[in-house]
Design a protein around this ligand. Structure first.
Ligand SMILES: [Fe+2]
Length: 208
């Protein structure tokens, strides 16, 4: 029997579902804010040894687990407040319902990437939103790379060309003064920092 089933593009529809939303905010007066934060970080690093755990494969200076409620410190409270505002604006844009308590930062900490330092692929469990603020993002520093949920399967098809439809990861090149918000379940990593200058971030996780 002959197969007479044919189609052309007018017979098909293509739907994009479950978008991975990356929401980027630029702080007003970034230079002035970051000068103040760099001063605050000098004091913080003087009194806070690297909290990186033994066996932790990522090379960073971090305050995670030791000094991870930075919004409670007077010198970091303003950036904490601004992060909360950004998370709230993002929640509105996403049509999320806020709890009566509003945005609660669960953790807020510092990571410093020297040359060659990277961060393994990870998510932030037990949170709704995560965000990264860039105090120092020197030219050529490593990007923040996001990964599709279906990128981690045993089989991957070879591609003729990269396109929006077959993308498995996407890199965002950060700018100083920028806060990048995403769903806490989105896998992300930081490749090795290629430049001599430090790449300094303040990260935060939030519940709504
Ligand atoms: Fe992260």
């Amino acid at each position: 029997m002959e197969n007479d089933i044919t189609h052309d593009d007018s017979d098909r529809s293509l739907q994009l579902i479950f978008p991975t939303v990356i929401d980027r905010y630029m702080i007003p007066n970034a230079d002035r804010v970051n000068r103040g934060l760099v001063e605050a970080l000098v004091a913080l690093r003087r009194e806070t040894p690297n909290a990186r755990l033994d066996g932790y494969s990522s090379d960073v200076y971090t305050t995670f687990g030791v000094e991870d409620r930075l919004y409670e410190r007077a010198d970091f409270a303003p950036i904490g407040d601004w992060m909360r505002e950004c998370f709230a604006a993002h929640a509105v844009r996403m049509d999320y319902a806020l709890s009566p308590q509003g945005v609660r930062l669960t953790e807020c900490w510092v990571n410093v990437y020297e040359k060659g330092f990277a961060h393994e692929l990870h998510t932030h469990p037990n949170n709704i939103l995560s965000g990264v603020y860039y105090v120092k993002a020197p030219v050529g520093c490593s990007e923040l790379r996001f990964h599709a949920p279906h990128a981690f399967s045993m089989m991957q098809q070879r591609k003729r060309v990269d396109s929006e439809l077959n993308l498995l990861s996407h890199a965002v090149q950060p700018r100083e003064g920028e806060f990048i918000i995403f769903n806490s379940a989105v896998k992300h990593n930081v490749p090795p920092n290629a430049v001599d200058a430090e790449r300094i971030i303040i990260a935060a996780n939030a519940l709504l």
